[in-house]
Design a protein around this ligand. Structure first.
Ligand code: NAD
Ligand code: TYD
Length: 357
């Protein structure tokens, strides 16, 4: 039995689906079901007794304590977070509430539960904290990639809240001996990603012949990783990671946002030749404030210790992703109403589209 938090979100749901397909233990999935949490992501597990979805907040300590004592998990895999940088700029409060205070609450409850365990359960227990490369700040073009010892320099409220949570996790190992492991991963893409993030936003806008908004000059660089490869890495770290350690995960796949947009357009041209060329939809819009220029992960530690390497290249992963959005029109329809429409209005209405490609 493991307790997953945020398992109805993008990466969490991919992780739960992969876990049920490849591992033997059941999963209790604690998720607040915010705008980003979607039980539809877990529809394939309907009726499967190995998965229990519990709607609740990680800040609800009574609930977390009860779940831990009822189900006695051997690990907590902590995905739950507010995860979108632009939203953190519009309103950072939820980021402090969930990412910092929520992680603190979860750590406190985990510590209390873990301290009651007897050996060998006590040393075998794991608190796996899922974090991001954004805690390390921004790289100049020729800087070496982030390693596990790069000093933290978060620049957005999102990154700062994740950095704070990473520090709390570190301190719970150092001070109380809680067996924690932290993973810091680069940008993910793949099935079930909420279309506020770059890749699904561009895929869906392109299919609807809507503008593809590139922030600033489009030269910001991200290191892209297919979500299933991330989930494999998390499973490996959960099984083999040494308590107190942190592991960088990334795709060794640096691309500018403009390159990503163009790659999506090529695939959309194939899928919808009548609307080609989709590139004409690309346009530059007002930049994100404090926009980090470049992220890149040095993944030698996880590669050397566990032999992990991504299976998908950007070309194969992006093709799978575009196909998934084409094949799952119902899912798309359900997530792109209501709350989503309000967000699009809030984020893009003051970014006038200029310089159409
Ligand atoms: P997401 O926004 O798609 O999903 C987050 C999930 O957490 C949702 O299901 C939401 O309902 C749930 N949640 C939010 N607040 C909660 C609360 N207070 N209590 C319980 N559940 C709550 O996020 P994601 O992209 O799947 O990211 C998952 C984790 O991975 C996050 O911690 C994020 O920081 C990290 N991460 C994401 C990326 C990426 O590219 N998406 C990269 C590296 C690390
Ligand atoms: P995003 O998917 O929000 O992830 P993150 O900010 O966590 O890296 O954005 C990825 C990159 O794409 C980032 O440099 C911002 C840029 N971007 C755009 O150019 N246009 C958009 O509409 C969005 C959402 C992002």
């Amino acid at each position: 039995m493991i307790l997953v938090t945020g398992g109805a979100g993008f990466i969490g749901s991919n992780f739960v689906l992969q876990w049920i397909a490849h591992e033997s233990g059941p999963v209790v999935n604690l998720d607040k079901l915010t705008y980003a949490g979607n039980p539809d992501n877990l529809a394939d597990l309907k009726g499967d007794t190995r998965h229990l979805l519990v709607r609740g907040d990680i800040n609800d300590r009574a609930l977390v304590g009860k779940l831990l004592r009822e189900h006695r998990p051997r690990a907590i895999v902590h995905f739950a977070a507010e995860s979108h940088v632009d939203r953190s700029i519009h309103g950072p409060t939820d980021f402090v509430h969930t990412n910092i205070l929520g992680t603190f609450s979860l750590l406190e409850e985990a510590r209390s539960f873990w301290s009651e365990l007897k050996e060998p359960d006590r040393s075998g227990f794991r608190f796996l904290h899922v974090s991001t490369d954004e805690v390390y700040g921004s790289l100049a073009p020729h800087d070496p990639a982030f390693t596990e010892t790069t000093p933290y320099a978060p620049n957005s409220p999102y990154a700062a809240s994740k950095a704070a949570s990473d520090h709390l996790v570190r301190s719970y190992h150092h001070t109380y001996g809680l067996p924690t492991v932290t993973t810091n991963c680069s940008n993910n893409y793949g099935p079930y990603q909420f279309p506020e993030k770059l890749i699904p936003l561009m895929v869906l806008n392109g299919l609807r012949r809507k503008p593809l908004p590139v922030y600033g000059d489009g030269q910001n660089v991200r290191d892209w990783l297919y979500v299933e490869d991330h989930c494999v890495a998390v499973r490996l770290v959960l099984g083999k990671g040494r308590a107190g350690e942190t592991y960088n995960i990334g795709g060794r796949c640096e691309m500018t946002n403009l390159e990503v947009a163009r790659a999506i357009c090529v695939l959309l041209d194939e899928a919808r030749p009548r609307d080609a060329p989709h590139e004409k939809l690309i346009g530059f819009v007002k930049d994100r404030p404090g926009h980090d220029r470049r992220y890149a992960m040095d993944t030698r530690k996880i590669e050397a210790e566990f032999g992990w390497k991504p299976k998908e290249s950007f070309a194969t992963g992006l093709r799978k992703t575009v196909e998934w959005y084409l094949d799952n029109a119902k899912w798309v329809e359900r997530v792109t109403s209501g709350e989503y429409q309000r967000w699009i209005e809030a984020n893009y209405s003051n970014r006038e589209m200029g310089n159409r490609k």
